[in-house]
Design a protein around this ligand. Structure first.
Ligand SMILES: Nc1ncnc2c1ncn2[C@@H]1O[C@H](COP(=O)(O)OP(=O)(O)OP(=O)(O)O)[C@@H](O)[C@H]1O
Ligand SMILES: [Mg+2]
Length: 183
């Protein structure tokens, strides 16, 4: 039986924990895989995207695409497009810029600020919603709500839960009352 894992909530203690989480997500990237990253300014979206790219073998810099809207990376077996829609003034810019062709299909994608393309972007495999940790908590603490939009995404979340349970993701813990099934 395959239990549904629509959504999990994670607590990250520091930036290294964000990098660890990215390392657990990266192996799920493949042609057509789409990761959405939401959250206020400075919550760590680009930090996560950068860590995913490094985990996938990219050796160079990963600048924030805030100004040029998109940055593309030639990885060994597919192309990954890193979008940042923060400067969009309307969702139509997504279509006007011809970005459609890079979502799904042969390319993988990471999209920061996906809500600014609302209605024109397809649903993601995984959607991470990042927030600064509880008031009074540590400065680097982040809360991440991760939801899956597809079976690939569900497998990715299961992989994250398994890695946490095996103690492989230092600084990452599951929040809330959701308990993974004991196999
Ligand atoms: N747990 C954490 N995870 C990620 N970044 C963290 C964490 N704790 C502190 N930081 C710091 O927070 C900042 C996050 O910046 P980043 O550019 O990744 O944010 P962003 O969400 O992409 O913002 P923007 O919406 O402006 O693109 C960095 O300076 C990073 O060092
Ligand atoms: Mg950013």
């Amino acid at each position: 039986m395959q239990p549904p894992i629509p959504r999990i909530e994670l607590l990250l203690t520091d930036e290294a924990a964000s990098v660890a989480l990215a390392g657990a997500i990266a192996p799920h990237f493949r042609p057509g895989f789409v990761l959405y990253l939401s959250g206020d300014l400075g919550t760590g979206k680009t930090c996560l995207a950068r860590a995913v790219l490094h985990a996938l073998g990219h050796r160079g810099r990963v600048p924030s695409p805030t100004f040029n809207l998109v940055q593309s990376y030639n990885l060994s077996s597919f192309q990954l497009y890193h979008f940042d829609l923060y400067r969009f003034s309307s969702p139509e810019q997504w279509r006007d810029a011809g970005f459609d062709e890079h979502l799904g299909g042969d390319d993988a994608a990471i999209v920061e600020w996906p809500e600014l393309g609302a209605g024109l972007l397809p649903p993601p495999d995984v959607w991470l919603r990042l927030a600064i940790g509880a008031p009074g908590g540590e400065e680097e603490e982040r809360v991440v709500v991760a939801s899956a939009g597809t079976e690939w995404g569900r497998q990715c979340l299961i992989g994250i839960v398994d890695a946490i349970r095996l103690g492989l993701l230092a600084g990452v813990s599951l929040q809330g009352d959701w308990l993974p099934p004991v196999l």
